[in-house]
Design a protein around this ligand. Structure first.
Ligand code: ZN
Ligand code: ZN
Ligand code: ZN
Length: 325
């Protein structure tokens, strides 16, 4: 993959706005101000500002000179000062939200749990687990589709990044569905060229294993499938790797094709049964039609009919064709 050009992070170590932001956050009083303003924030409320005296009282800083100094430093960055008082800026809200989503919830894990779902490779029961911010789908019998946990004997069918907040009040099935939905929304935004985390531009590529072993998991690329899609943000380094089938299934022609065959690709993904139907009924076959430049055909088949999407190396759709049985 090409070097990510134009990232503002290139000068991170030399200082600049990002370092200033980290420095601003590295203080107990300033963090207490942000959290206090966040607690008084309400979505859709017309006015969630706190007056100076109230803010100072809630933060509980005895020394008013110190308090003024810290509040002043936050103003224009994470805090907006208005005629009525103080409130979090958009950047302030984003910072507090990401801390809450990532680490603000007590450590959660889900031990491997069998759910009503089969491995699409061998038909054995699948189980899901959550650890270190990832939802894992394992096959209880075969090698699965990926290996990236060398310490783990179980075959991995999928892995989805998910914030710990997603585990609150959800069953294992609902956690899996939430992971699916979150990942697909991220993927779809990145296919469109917009980073879901920072709104920066996206680099997209097809990776094709040069020396692929077709029998089970390839020793060279660690995947069952020969090709994969990689999308990453040039600004904040957000990334997602997906199957090429998932890229094709975002195209409106494929969405329409599946819909005419009774399968909704873009609704009902909160239900495990619907996700299972998608995996069972709309399987995609990937063919490498040219190596240089890489050209990949992704064919989705339903009821004997086929729709084929040809992808370029940057995941652009070059051509769509349909064949009716
Ligand atoms: Zn299996
Ligand atoms: Zn390979
Ligand atoms: Zn980004």
């Amino acid at each position: 993959m090409s070097e990510q050009a134009g990232s503002p992070l290139e000068d991170l170590t030399a200082g600049g706005p990002a370092i200033d932001a980290f420095e601003l956050l590295a203080n107990e009083t300033r963090l207490a101000i942000l959290v206090t303003l966040w607690e008084s924030y309400r979505p859709f409320a017309e006015d969630t500002t706190l007056q100076f005296s109230e803010l100072r009282e809630r933060v509980g800083t005895a020394d008013s000179g110190q308090f003024n100094y810290h509040l002043d430093r936050l103003t224009d960055h994470f805090v907006d000062a208005t005629d009525d008082g103080y409130r979090l800026s958009d950047a302030g809200l984003t910072v507090v939200r990401s801390v809450i989503a990532g680490t603000g919830i007590e450590e959660r894990t889900l031990e491997p749990t069998t759910v009503d779902m089969d491995c699409k490779l061998c038909g054995s029961p699948a189980e899901i687990a959550y650890e270190d911010g990832w939802v894992y789908v394992f096959c209880t019998e075969c090698d699965g589709l990926w290996t990236d946990r060398s310490d783990d004997e179980r075959g991995q069918l999928a892995r989805f990044s998910l914030h710990p907040a997603a585990l609150a009040d959800r069953t294992p099935e609902e956690i899996y569905a939430a992971a699916w939905l979150t990942t697909y929304q991220k993927l779809h935004s990145m296919i469109e060229g917009v980073c879901p985390t920072c709104s920066g531009p996206i680099e997209r590529s097809v990776v094709v294993c040069e020396d692929h072993e077709d029998d089970g998991i390839c020793g060279n690329c660690g995947r069952n499938g020969r090709g994969a899609a990689r999308l990453s943000c040039a600004v904040c380094k957000e990334w997602v790797q997906s199957t090429l089938g998932s890229i094709a299934k975002y195209h409106p022609a494929v969405v329409g094709f599946c819909y005419r065959h009774g399968l909704e690709l873009q609704y009902g993904v909160e239900s495990l049964a619907q996700i299972e139907r998608r995996l069972d009924e709309a399987t995609s076959k990937v063919d490498l039609v040219s190596e240089t430049p890489p050209r990949v055909d992704v064919t989705t088949e339903m009821d004997g009919d086929e729709i084929r999407v040809r992808l370029a190396e940057d995941l652009t759709v070059l051509e769509v064709s349909e064949r009716t049985a």
